[in-house]
Design a binder for this molecule. Structure first.
Ligand SMILES: NC(=O)c1ccc[n+]([C@@H]2O[C@H](COP(=O)([O-])OP(=O)(O)OC[C@H]3O[C@@H](n4cnc5c(N)ncnc54)[C@H](O)[C@@H]3O)[C@@H](O)[C@H]2O)c1
Length: 266
């Protein structure tokens, strides 16, 4: 059986749950918001691009809401998540998915690029996880899924700073999972491969320029590295995130689950 579209498994225990998805306006986050919504989860889409978040929430329906958040800023995350708690009467799921990348040879990398990638990808996960986890401890339950990357398992050329920021996400995820396990709060991560999103479009252009090859060649190489033989769809990631939020994953915590179409990772 070939399966390329989103699966539609039913996790009835998720119906009525409330989720925050950061970076949910587009790409992987948007697919996660849609997949949770199909399980009758009420979703709050938090994004630095408020207009795009509002469009995504409108298109989703099902009581989805949007809020502006910059995951780099504690006050912004606290205010955004508190606002969701007021609107929804609490929340049960956090998907910390907001992320950025830039591409550069390691020897030419600037301090600003390093700090930018770490501010969004690592500090953003720290802040959103901590603020949500405090809420979950107070309310007695909750689960967290962080979007890491294939580049969190294997150092990616031209993305050394991004790789480092995503390796850090897995270290944080493992440690937080162990601290929160006694309270029944699970913390996991997904590690996507070459996913067709606006981030990928930007990276393909940058990589083509840096390597002096055609963008089409870059994409060909992504597919050639992927045993399942195609670019990854955001929905491929989203279905696994839904599973990790569900009771079917009740004995999983501290994991960085590869969703890469078989690209070699540890
Ligand atoms: N596309 C891939 O191949 C791929 C592979 C592995 C991991 N990832 C990770 O998946 C996640 C989603 O990536 P994507 O490919 O959907 O990218 P994308 O650029 O399409 O979407 C990222 C979203 O995050 C938002 N965002 C950026 N900075 C933010 C901030 N400071 N605060 C709040 N929101 C912010 C953007 O506005 C955007 O809506 C990222 O963490 C990325 O690192 C992507």
């Amino acid at each position: 059986m070939e399966h390329t579209g989103p699966a539609n498994p039913k996790f009835p225990e998720l119906a009525g749950a409330r989720a925050i998805v950061t970076g949910g306006a587009t790409g992987i986050g948007r697919a996660i918001a849609a997949a949770l919504s199909r399980q009758e989860v009420r979703v709050a889409i938090g994004d630095i691009d408020q207009k795009a978040a509002e469009r995504a929430a409108d298109e989703l329906g099902g009581g989805a809401v949007a809020f502006a958040v910059d995951v780099r800023q504690r006050e912004s995350v606290q205010a955004g998540f508190d606002g969701v708690a007021r609107m929804f009467g609490g929340y049960d799921i956090l998907v910390a998915n907001a992320g950025v990348s830039t591409m550069r040879h390691a020897l030419e990398l600037t301090d600003e690029e390093w700090d930018f990638n770490f501010a969004v990808n690592t500090r953003g996960v720290f802040l959103s996880n901590q603020i949500a986890a405090r809420h979950f401890v107070d309310s007695g339950s909750g689960t967290i899924v962080n979007t890491a990357s294939l580049a969190a398992k294997v150092g990616a050329p031209l993305l050394a700073h991004y790789s480092a920021s995503k390796f850090a996400v897995l270290g944080w995820t493992q440690a937080l999972a162990r601290e929160l396990a006694p309270k029944g709060i699970r913390v996991n991560a997904v590690c996507p491969g070459f996913v067709k999103t606006s981030m990928q479009t930007r990276e393909v252009e940058w990589e083509a320029k840096l390597r002096g090859i055609a963008p089409e060649q870059v994409i060909k190489e992504y597919i050639a590295q992927t045993p399942l033989g195609r670019l990854e769809a955001p929905e491929d990631v989203a279905d696994v995130v839904v599973f990790l939020c569900s009771n079917s994953a009740r004995f999983m915590t501290g994991q960085g689950v590869n969703v890469t179409g078989g690209v070699y990772t540890t």
